[in-house]
Design a protein around this ligand. Structure first.
Ligand SMILES: [Zn+2]
Length: 266
């Protein structure tokens, strides 16, 4: 089997285990079915996720021009607390920013090797958690817009990390009896005063189950340095493909790369 096209992050479906799908060209590939098979990946070009041009990528799958112009790559995507659409103030394109920011958002705790805090649109749950490779997750606040969630996150990240350490995430160590509700109760006092009303105790902790077992050592591979990569797929966690020998490809970091993918049944 052979496929070719532009890499975008894998789509997922929550389940036991989580199901992963990759679209390449006009093909939808069920990635879980490729576990145990030998893949050969060849980098053939680039395609910006925004303008489609074959141009060297700058960040997040965008060429440099699009990264600095697209409302989908603006500062508020990374830093929700900078959001201004609720004030009617646009950054790059007010209509797009309204459609992203003026929706219910969730502040959550997630365990990705340690407990971290994060923000996402309510409609992105559990997708966002799966993309990060969280083993456990618990919503702790629901807000009306992105700005409010961002302000809560800013206050909480004085006490908790807001970053995912990919290596720790892939090591996949966790205590079975970890309860994020204990952490939620502990950090309640750190909610900013004006946003206390968003604190929520109504959610249950979710446990996510990946088709993955951690190898002994972890080595990250990029198509930039290895334009022809071959390996047997052994599992998937977050947006990382795990290959025999402990080699990993971060699919998300390769958005916009154009590849040929060959699957052999051996
Ligand atoms: Zn572009």
């Amino acid at each position: 089997m052979q496929f070719s096209g532009q890499i975008l992050k894998m789509c997922t479906q929550n389940g036991k285990p989580i199901q992963y799908y990759m679209t390449l060209g006009s093909d939808l590939i069920m990635m879980n079915q490729l576990i145990g098979k030998k893949l050969s990946i060849r980098h053939t070009g680039y395609q910006c996720v925004c303008c489609d041009r074959d141009e060297k990528l700058y960040r997040m799958g965008y060429c440099k021009k699009c990264f600095f112009e697209s409302p989908y790559a603006s500062d508020t995507i990374i830093r929700p607390e900078l959001s201004t659409a609720h004030l009617g103030i646009g950054e790059r394109d007010l209509e797009v920013e309204k459609s992203i920011q003026l929706r219910p958002h969730i502040v959550y705790l997630a365990y990705t090797g340690y407990v971290k805090v994060g923000v996402t649109r309510e409609s992105q749950i559990p997708t966002r958690w799966i993309d990060q490779g969280a083993t456990f997750a618990l919503p702790i606040a629901r807000t009306d817009n992105r700005y409010e969630a961002g302000m809560i996150e800013v206050a909480l990240k004085e006490h908790l990390s807001d970053k995912t350490n990919w290596r720790k995430m892939l090591e996949d160590d966790f205590e079975d009896d970890l309860d994020l509700k204990d952490f939620r109760d502990k950090i309640r006092g750190y909610f900013p005063e004006d946003f206390q009303n968003f604190y929520s105790m109504e959610h249950e902790m979710e446990r996510l189950d990946y088709p993955y077992e951690a190898p002994e050592k972890i080595t990250s591979v990029t198509l930039e340095k290895n334009p022809e990569f071959r390996g047997t797929l052994t599992g998937i966690k977050g947006q990382y493909l795990s290959f025999e020998g402990g080699f990993f490809i971060n699919v998300r970091a390769h958005e916009g790369y154009v590849i040929n993918l060959e699957v052999s049944h051996l």
